[in-house]
Design a protein around this ligand. Structure first.
Ligand code: HEC
Length: 139
């Protein structure tokens, strides 16, 4: 009997601790889960599944120093990128095609995934942040 009581107490404590997860945290995890799928379907054929890039053709996204400029990253996803760029000291110069098929929400999910996985962030980048930036860089 005592054992069973102990078990139920543990269960209740566990349940309340896990429900402490904030809505923001749950949303961040959802964005990451979706972001992984969007990445696999739209980016990984060039940048590879682990974001490591491919030789001198496709730059890495994992630990890329280009990530410091989040606005540029948001814009290049939608509108592509042309001309020479330097990523982690290596030169690349090959056009990245625009990805107009991705909605603002999908861009936000991607950005959340990329920055949590490879950019040292532990936060959500929501549609409210992404949409005004996409409007600014509209081409
Ligand atoms: C057809 C291949 C291709 C696809 C698909 C592609 N990229 Fe790129 N990406 C490139 C190339 C090539 C560059 C370098 C462009 C240059 O040289 O100016 C680049 C550059 C980048 C950069 C900036 C440099 C760096 O590596 O940090 C980021 C970030 C990026 N891509 C993210 C993405 C994301 C996210 C997707 C999916 C939505 C994507 N790319 C899809 C080829 C691709």
């Amino acid at each position: 009997m005592m054992r069973l009581t102990g078990f139920f107490i543990a269960l209740v404590v566990f349940a309340s601790v896990s429900s402490c997860q904030s809505d923001e945290e749950i949303k961040r995890e959802q964005y990451i889960t979706e972001g992984i799928l969007v990445f696999k379907n739209n980016c990984a054929n060039c940048h590879q599944n682990k974001g490591e890039g491919l030789a001198a053709l496709y730059p890495p996204i994992a630990k890329s120093d280009y990530l410091v400029d989040k606005k540029s990253v948001i814009c290049l996803i939608r509108y592509g990128q042309q001309g020479a760029i330097v990523v982690n000291g290596k030169h690349y110069n090959r056009p990245m095609p625009a990805q107009p098929q991705l909605s603002d929400l999908e861009v936000a999910e991607l950005i959340t995934y990329i920055y949590n996985e490879w950019g040292g962030e532990t936060k959500l980048t929501g549609v409210k942040t992404v949409t005004p930036i996409l409007d600014q860089c509209k081409k």
